[in-house]
Design a protein around this ligand. Structure first.
Ligand code: URA
Length: 196
């Protein structure tokens, strides 16, 4: 069954499927182009995101904006969301049961958006989307293809803020995304609304 954006928005706002609902201020569905070719999936909302109800709006989000700019894209060209839609207290890693309870929303977003490329920001997203054994330092920059969707694990922007020595690898991964967009002949389409 395909749900509409309105359905999924309402379900996420009123979701009580796991205990993260008890401590959230606002659930964060995600935002961006509703039919984006390129999607970014992070771990879960942090403090700023929980307060504003928008993904990646804090320091890590500002770095994500710069990463996008490095391949001539901005937020309006892509769709940005997280594995869990409610903030884990203290920004801890979501528990497996919390991620499981929330993954149906992410799958519904994939069905609505039909992305061609998904960038997994950090180990939590990469393990849930590419495979449970992923280690981000070892496996970042390696493409995974599932049902015609190309997925790339890379560092979470928050990890880059903690350790700037990871930045060159991260920018290399963004260039790999740009090359994949060109290979799939969707680069111009992805940027088209900026150009108009
Ligand atoms: N970290 C995430 O994983 N997601 C956000 O939305 C913000 C910070």
């Amino acid at each position: 069954m395909q749900v509409s954006w309105e359905d999924i928005r309402q379900r996420v706002q009123s979701c009580t499927s796991c205990k993260l609902c008890e401590t959230r201020t606002k659930a964060v569905l995600g935002e961006g182009k509703p039919d984006a070719a390129l999607m970014f999936v992070g771990e879960g909302p942090g403090r700023d995101e929980d307060l504003q109800g928008r993904p990646f709006v804090g320091a890590a989000g500002r770095l994500l904006d710069r990463m996008l700019a490095s391949i001539c894209l901005d937020r309006e060209d892509v769709y940005i969301t997280n594995v869990v839609k409610c903030r884990p207290p203290g920004n801890r890693v979501p528990e497996p049961s919390e991620a499981e309870a929330c993954l149906g929303y992410l799958r519904a977003q994939f069905v609505l958006i039909q992305p061609k490329i998904i960038v997994c920001l950090g180990a939590t997203a990469a393990r849930h989307l590419c495979g449970p054994d992923i280690r981000i330092t070892r496996d970042r920059g390696v493409w995974h293809e599932k049902k015609g969707i190309w997925m790339l694990p890379t560092y979470h922007p928050a990890a880059l803020l903690r350790d700037v020595s990871k930045k060159p690898d991260s920018y290399q991964d963004m260039q790999a995304v740009r090359v994949k967009l060109i290979e799939l002949a969707i680069e111009a389409e992805t940027r088209s609304e900026n150009a108009e």
